[in-house]
Ligand binder design. Structure first.
Ligand code: AMP
Ligand code: MG
Length: 395
């Protein structure tokens, strides 16, 4: 099948065609899942001042003994009173270390001595102190551009006083689902029809990849309707995802519609199972993916081709995490095409194990349930033995 390109070539074609999109300021409260577009460094030392790691007494480090308690440093309320030999300042966790003190004796290692006095045990300089800048020094890079903003990133940005961040805009995705046989979930199912699962699965994958689905249409297997829906997508989105109708059957209208709309073909047909009929092209800056209608194929091809493009649009690393794992069971490799095998990934005493999720028919969407990754098994004539190392792209 000389006209099929390899998974690697297809992926490379997508990576080189995809471009980064525009940027916008985003409030931190709306930042979850966005991709940072600026390198953020600490504008000051974090934490900003020396503080206590314990509730206790701030002292001049020494052999211990009975001290007079003068003043208190509470979180948010520094003490005006300095510590001196013979003087302890009561202190709580997170409170600024008073002048003169270089250690905190935790309350558990003290005894009240009555009359405003306390007996403290011995302490070393620096004991139970958190130093200014111990987390991040002023000027130190903190969160680099390209970071996906998750709870930790948002927390660190907030610790730097940021309430906004420059982020990539969300790529706008238009979803065009084709097929005479499709019914919407919630509608009654007439004979010969199936519910459209691709609209739900692909929209969710797009959202997880940081995109915004701004147009959804379902069209029958009709040339004009197909062209009109794809045309509307091209006019309003950064990425057009088309489900189904991209093969060579008499009712597959996607390719001629794309051609009529002036979308430049970059590839069609990949040596991949599932996903052979995948089509990819571009008009202007808009990327167009013709995904096979089979529900597993559509999801797999989203993961392998669309997700990297959406990541590049957002200035993030396009590569998903890949790990090496051992096959849990014998696997009859495809003699001609790379196979993306849905797997659960678990660990045993020797490392990661990839366990196929059962029958891999591309119409069996339930084989995606519980899948942690796609084992990318190269074509081979022979059956692969259990324990064979495979590369797994984590979902
Ligand atoms: P196609 O790529 O249009 O030839 O479709 C291939 C197979 O996928 C057929 O069995 C279709 O019924 C099925 N299919 C197409 N679109 C969807 C969809 N949106 N949801 C579920 N199955 C679909
Ligand atoms: Mg179809």
């Amino acid at each position: 099948m000389a006209d099929l390109i390899s998974l690697g070539e297809a992926r490379a074609a997508v990576l080189s065609a995809a471009e980064q999109g525009p940027l916008e300021e985003v409030a931190l409260s709306a930042g979850l899942g966005r991709v940072l577009a600026e390198d953020v460094a600490a504008p000051f030392d974090v934490p900003p001042f020396d503080s206590s790691a314990m509730d206790g007494y701030a002292v001049v480090a020494g052999p211990g003994g009975e001290l007079e308690i003068r003043g208190e440093s509470r979180a948010g309320h520094p003490s005006a009173e300095p510590a001196r030999p013979g003087i302890a300042v009561a202190i709580s966790t997170g409170a600024p270390i008073p002048d003169g003190a270089d250690a905190v004796v935790p309350v558990e290692r003290t005894d009240p001595a009555g009359d405003g006095r306390v007996r403290v045990s011995a302490s070393e300089p620096g004991a139970n102190l958190r130093r200014a800048g111990e987390d991040l020094r002023r000027g130190q890079p903190a969160v680099p551009a390209g970071s996906l903003l998750g709870p930790a990133e948002l927390g660190v940005l907030a610790s730097l006083g940021r309430d906004r961040a420059l982020c990539a805009t969300r790529p706008r995705v238009a979803l065009v689902v084709t097929g005479d046989e499709l019914a919407e979930p919630g509608e009654p199912l007439e004979p010969g029809r199936i519910y459209s699962s691709n609209a739900s699965a692909l929209a969710a994958q797009a959202a997880q990849a940081g995109a915004e689905v701004n147009l959804r249409s379902r069209v029958p297997d009709d040339r004009e309707a197909t062209e009109a829906a794809i045309g509307a997508g091209l006019d309003s989105a950064d990425v057009v995802l088309i489900s189904g109708g991209v093969s060579v059957g008499p009712h597959d209208h996607v390719k001629p519609a794309l051609q009529a709309l002036g979308v430049q073909e970059h590839f069609w047909r990949v040596s991949l199972k599932p996903g052979k009929p995948t089509w990819f092209g571009k008009r202007g800056r808009t990327l167009v993916f013709g995904l096979p209608g089979n529900p597993v194929s559509a999801m797999v091809c989203f993961q392998l081709f669309v997700r990297p493009a959406l990541r590049i649009f957002q200035g993030a690393d396009p590569e998903a995490v890949r790990v090496s794992a051992r096959l849990a069971e014998p696997w009859k490799a495809n003699p001609a095409r790379t196979e993306a095998v849905r797997c659960r990934v678990r660990t045993d005493e020797r490392g990661l194990v990839a366990e196929p999720t059962g029958d891999q028919g591309s119409h069996r969407l339930s084989s995606m349930l519980g899948a942690d990754g796609l084992a990318l098994v190269p074509s081979a004539q022979d059956e692969l033995a259990p324990g064979t190392d495979v590369v797994v792209e984590l979902l």
